[in-house]
Design a protein around this ligand. Structure first.
Ligand SMILES: NC(=O)c1ccc[n+]([C@@H]2O[C@H](COP(=O)([O-])OP(=O)(O)OC[C@H]3O[C@@H](n4cnc5c(N)ncnc54)[C@H](OP(=O)(O)O)[C@@H]3O)[C@@H](O)[C@H]2O)c1
Length: 262
């Protein structure tokens, strides 16, 4: 990993925090998320060996804060962008609040699109000038491969992340930048709790550190990284079976994640 300056969104927890911890020492870290206290703790801890760590608290669901974040990040020479901030919310669409449905699309879709466009030109230009490669990881999900009843909006936002990233990788294939969609299955982070998932989710969860380790090793080699055999098999279902059957199966699986009441 030759990167000199990495921007990580959603760095305050889970996969984002693990990316921050696993990136090599030479890379300056630009960390963002809403939780200022956690950002400050990370800055203090990770800068102990003399590494440069900068933080910028921002809610990427908010257009003004997204813009301010992009302007701040463009003040550095970012050569690795890890677009990781995101969340899901379990439940049938009609039971979910409009705020949650809108929030998911703002964070998972709009912020991804906005920040990518705002950062990419500079990243590619610098990579040309410096005769190095830049990198970008968009954290999508195995849920992006199929429609998921009871996780409909989240799965659709992750399908967007996946398709967008794959198309981008093809568009940029002759330029000095590696673009990859990371598509984890259930992973042990705050995600399950935020999404109000039931206990079933945790029993299948992979470790965040393992997922991130594989992602970093795969950047530059793959366009899509799906950690774990079970998840890789799940991504094949839509190609093997009729769509209606796949959606039904997705609904059966998701209903097993229903939170236990009381
Ligand atoms: N864990 C899984 O099972 C799993 C599986 C597939 C894909 N993913 C994807 O992995 C990514 C990381 O999630 P995680 O598993 O690490 O969950 P997590 O521990 O809950 O972390 C989510 C991160 O996103 C940030 N975030 C959420 N809403 C935000 C907002 N409005 N503005 C700015 N930052 C925001 C959070 O920071 P603040 O709270 O500080 O804002 C936090 O750092 C997400 O895109 C998720 O969809 C997770």
């Amino acid at each position: 990993m030759q990167y000199q300056c990495a921007l990580i969104t959603g760095a305050t927890s889970g996969l984002g925090e693990s990316f921050a911890r696993q990136l090599p020492q030479q890379a300056t870290l630009l960390l963002t998320g809403r939780n200022l206290k956690k950002l400050e703790e990370l800055r203090e801890e990770l800068s102990k060996n003399g590494r440069k760590v900068e933080i910028f608290p921002a809610d990427v669901a908010d257009a003004e804060q997204r813009k301010a974040l992009a302007e701040w990040a463009n003040g550095f020479e970012v050569d690795l962008f890890i677009n990781n901030a995101g969340y899901g919310f379990y439940g049938p669409v009609l039971d979910n609040s409009i705020a949650n449905e809108e929030g998911m699309t703002q964070v998972n879709v709009v912020a991804t699109t906005y920040l990518t466009r705002a950062l990419l030109s500079g990243m590619v230009e610098r990579a040309h000038t410096n005769h190095r490669r830049a990198g970008m990881i968009v954290v999508a999900s195995v849920a992006g491969f199929m429609p998921l009843p009871c996780f409909a909006t989240y799965a659709a936002t992750k399908a967007y992340n996946l398709h967008y990233t794959e198309a981008l990788a093809e568009e940029l294939k002759h330029l000095p930048i590696d673009v990859m969609a990371l598509c984890p299955g259930p992973t042990a982070t705050s995600f399950g709790r935020t999404a109000s998932m039931g206990k079933e989710f945790d029993t299948k969860a992979a470790s965040a550190d393992d997922v991130v380790k594989l992602a970093l090793a795969s950047l530059g080699r793959k366009r899509i990284c799906v950690p774990g055999l079970r998840n890789s098999l799940a991504t094949c279902l839509p190609r093997l079976f009729p769509r209606r059957l796949v959606v039904w199966l997705g609904g059966v699986t998701m209903r097993r994640n229903r939170p236990v009441q009381g």
